[in-house]
Design a protein around this ligand. Structure first.
Ligand SMILES: [Zn+2]
Length: 353
């Protein structure tokens, strides 16, 4: 049990590390380039330092457009005051949790026949209630809802118990995480709250006693690579990725060029458990046409991906052509490989806990 808890503490640290690194990368980009295109003050409330887009003249223009879009996006009030619900292009609604350092995004994707909820967040407030309120506002209270987990790290399946079923990639590790729940070892992690305008921590939330209940096995459903999630008027292809966790589940709508990549694809920043698995995941998506990439942490939209280029860079890193350093965090150190605009952190033990 002590071993288990120590592993849990490690994964908690990793999750914070992810955010820390996003911030470091963002700072480095802002100072190295001479020109700061996204200073701290300029960032809209919806645009935290995570997932900083890359820079080229054309891309900076895209970044400006993304910022403007996120700034102007409609907010939909909900009684939790914990989720910031943001109306985004393509009939997508982010349920954002900016009150915790993870700044996790879950997404409601609207379809003619059914809606998809991609991830259920941290479980700090009831995402089920927030979804009910949102769908009532949208006049969709009676439409079927399909809940899908991008993967089964604890910041993305915390609210599963609010729903009857959850669809995941069939993987033993994932099933164990989901059906086992989390009952301890994460107090410090859960306590990492961050003030955010308009956001209130639920009164009954106590990091000391908080837990994620087990999700019953008989309510778990399975998707596999190549499956199609059909919403009636649009279809998403399921892409199974393995480099961030064994059960990564990305959704891709080819017609509208819409992509939900989970934590596997972070826009040039990768936290991976295996470098060659990362190359394989990038290989899978490098040929996709993606106009709208929705991120699972921080800013909701990442600039249009050029994953083919990033794949080439990761291949050079694999070949030894990169600056290797160590990132210290919470008494441990992680190797970080940097080349051009790509950063890869190797965090094998942290990602499988
Ligand atoms: Zn995550």
């Amino acid at each position: 049990m002590i071993m288990l808890n120590s592993h849990m503490a490690k994964i908690a640290n990793h999750l914070s590390l992810l955010l820390l690194l996003f911030t470091l990368v963002a700072c480095a980009e802002n100072t190295d380039g001479g020109e700061t295109f996204l200073s701290e003050q300029d960032q809209p409330a919806a645009y935290p330092s995570g997932n900083q887009p890359l820079k080229s003249a054309a891309e900076i223009q895209d970044v400006d457009q993304l910022i403007a879009l996120l700034k102007a996006a409609r907010r939909i009030p909900n009684s939790s005051k914990w989720f910031e619900i943001i109306s985004l292009p393509n009939d997508v609604y982010a349920l954002w949790e900016p009150g915790h350092v993870e700044k996790v995004n879950s997404y409601l994707i609207i379809g003619a026949d059914k809606d998809v909820l991609y991830d259920t967040g941290m479980g700090i407030a009831s995402i089920g209630q927030a979804i009910n309120e949102l769908r009532a506002v949208l006049g969709r209270g009676n439409h079927p809802l399909m809940v899908i987990n991008s993967h089964n790290h604890l910041d993305h399946n915390g609210g599963n118990n609010d729903f009857d079923e959850a669809w995941i990639i069939r993987d033993e590790w994932a099933i164990q995480k989901l059906t086992g729940g989390i009952s301890g070892g994460f107090t410090t992690y859960w306590a990492e709250l961050t003030p955010h305008e308009g956001i209130e921590v639920p009164q009954n939330f106590d990091p000391e006693t908080f837990s994620i209940p087990p999700f019953p096995l008989q309510r778990v459903r399975y998707l596999a690579d190549g499956d199609v999630v059909d919403l009636g008027d649009r279809q998403f292809q399921v892409i199974h990725t393995t480099s961030h966790s064994p059960d990564g589940l990305a959704l891709y709508d080819e017609t509208n060029q819409v992509f939900f990549g989970g934590d596997t694809f972070g826009g040039g920043f990768y936290m991976t458990r295996d470098m060659s698995l990362l190359a394989a995941d990038l290989e899978r998506i490098s040929a996709l046409q993606i106009r709208w990439h929705y991120a699972s942490h921080g800013a909701q939209l990442i600039e249009a991906m050029q994953e083919g280029q990033r794949l080439a860079i990761v291949r050079r890193i694999l070949g030894g052509d990169s600056k290797e350093g160590m990132i210290p965090f919470a008494g441990q150190e992680f190797p970080i490989y940097t080349l051009d605009n790509v950063q890869v952190v190797l965090a094998t033990d942290f990602l499988i806990y």
